[in-house]
Design a protein around this ligand. Structure first.
Ligand SMILES: Nc1ncnc2c1ncn2[C@@H]1O[C@H](COP(=O)(O)OP(=O)(O)O)[C@@H](O)[C@H]1O
Ligand SMILES: [Mg+2]
Length: 365
């Protein structure tokens, strides 16, 4: 992708020392999807989709149900052939190579197990040595999942495809298994492509995420890029919670932009690629808003007055729904850094929301 330069920095931002197999921007892509179209009768499941995946990447396909994630995976596995376009693996066109001749394997959502699995090395890899003699029906959901994983890795594929592998697990087990998957992928150095509709899962496990909508890629980037620099309202809303404030672009230049909106004048340090007068949206994540009983120091712009409608207590943070005096509602997340049970700001209180000129992203679509 054109903006892969941002990936390494974004990885560092994740504050982890993992990623010994982090994609090397100079390397050749392992998987290249080139102008892929997939039609089923009259409907188009994949629409001119172009994507590179690099050796050793943990890549996530994220999108709502029906957007074409499984179809894309099945094309990589060889269970579907493209209507148009090419599927390349290490530079070779594999569009018409049958699944069993591809160095690619798919772990299915269902637990299709061989009853006589004896791949001890693979079992050790997924921490299941002690289960080697057990029958599949004596395994828990999570254990079956790991056996299925071991099985799909037994032939040492170059690419492992995972279609919603953790969907059947409860939340705690799912989170644990996510970290195990990351650990396994890192130790093997195998390229993993995972399909999920769960944005937290994609953000947790993946080096890069492709956000899909209706058979197309809307944005491809590191989790932090997709979250902090969404390229559209669609991505901003699909990945995390966001306040979208609609307005008109008053001016834009290298020093930043100004938007006139119902929430007043909004100033951003971002230069916006649109003509003055164009409709734009300021995307503000709830955790980037400041909530206070009084007005901010500079109340001229980037602030709005309102009344607390509701407070959602989530333990680690509280989400304040604030009905602005202009009639719109915004959500502000406040970290519960102390153990105070009494909230200093309560329901029906008059409050001010404010944010810095770097807090939001101005979107043109
Ligand atoms: N074998 C098929 N025949 C007809 N339509 C299909 C077939 N497979 C998928 N589709 C359609 O293609 C679209 C994408 O499906 P899919 O890739 O399964 O989405 P996702 O995995 O993102 O939920 C859907 O509209 C689905 O109904
Ligand atoms: Mg699917």
């Amino acid at each position: 992708m054109a903006d892969r330069a941002g990936t390494a920095g974004a990885d560092n931002a994740r504050g982890r020392a993992r990623r010994t197999h982090a994609p090397d921007p100079a390397s050749e892509p392992l998987v290249r999807l080139d102008g892929i179209v997939k039609r089923f009768g009259d409907s188009t499941a994949l629409d001119r989709l172009t994507l590179d995946i690099y050796p050793g990447e943990f890549f996530a396909l994220l999108g709502p149900s029906g957007c074409g994630k499984s179809t894309l995976l099945r094309l990589l596995a060889g269970f579907e052939t493209p209507s148009e376009g090419r599927v390349l693996l290490a530079g070779d066109d594999i569009g018409h190579v049958p699944p069993y001749r591809r160095p690619v394997n798919m772990m299915f959502q269902s637990y299709a197990l061989f009853p006589h699995l004896t791949v001890a090395e693979m079992l050790a890899l997924v921490k299941l040595e002690e289960f080697a003699r057990r029958k599949p029906d004596r395994l828990s959901g999570g254990e079956r999942q790991r056996v299925a994983l071991a099985r799909s890795l037994a032939k040492r594929p170059k690419v492992l495809l995972l279609d919603e592998p953790l969907a059947a697990l409860d939340k705690k087990l799912r989170q644990r298994t996510q970290y195990e998957l990351m650990d396994l992928q890192e130790r093997l150095g195998t390229t993993f492509v995972i399909v999920t509709h769960d944005q937290e899962e994609a953000m947790t496990v993946a080096d890069r995420i492709a956000v899909m909508s209706r058979g197309r890629l809307v944005q491809v980037g590191a989790p932090s890029e997709v979250y902090e620099q969404p390229n559209s309202r669609y991505v901003a809303e699909f990945v995390g919670d966001v306040n979208l404030v609609e307005g008109r672009l008053a001016s834009s230049g290298p020093a930043g932009s100004v938007i006139e909106s119902r929430a007043g004048r909004l100033a951003s340090t971002q230069q916006v690629d649109a003509v003055p007068g164009a409709t734009v949206w300021m995307a503000l994540r709830p955790e980037k808003l400041r909530l206070a009983a009084g007005p901010p120091g500079d109340a001229g712009e980037n602030c709005a007055r309102g009344t607390v409608l509701d407070i959602g207590y989530l333990g680690s943070l509280s989400v304040y729904q604030v009905a602005l005096d202009n009639g719109t509602v915004m959500r502000a997340a406040v970290a519960n850094a102390t153990r105070l049970i009494e909230q200093p700001i309560g329901r029906d209180d008059r409050v001010w929301l404010s944010w810095t000129s770097q807090a939001g992203v101005v979107l043109t679509r």
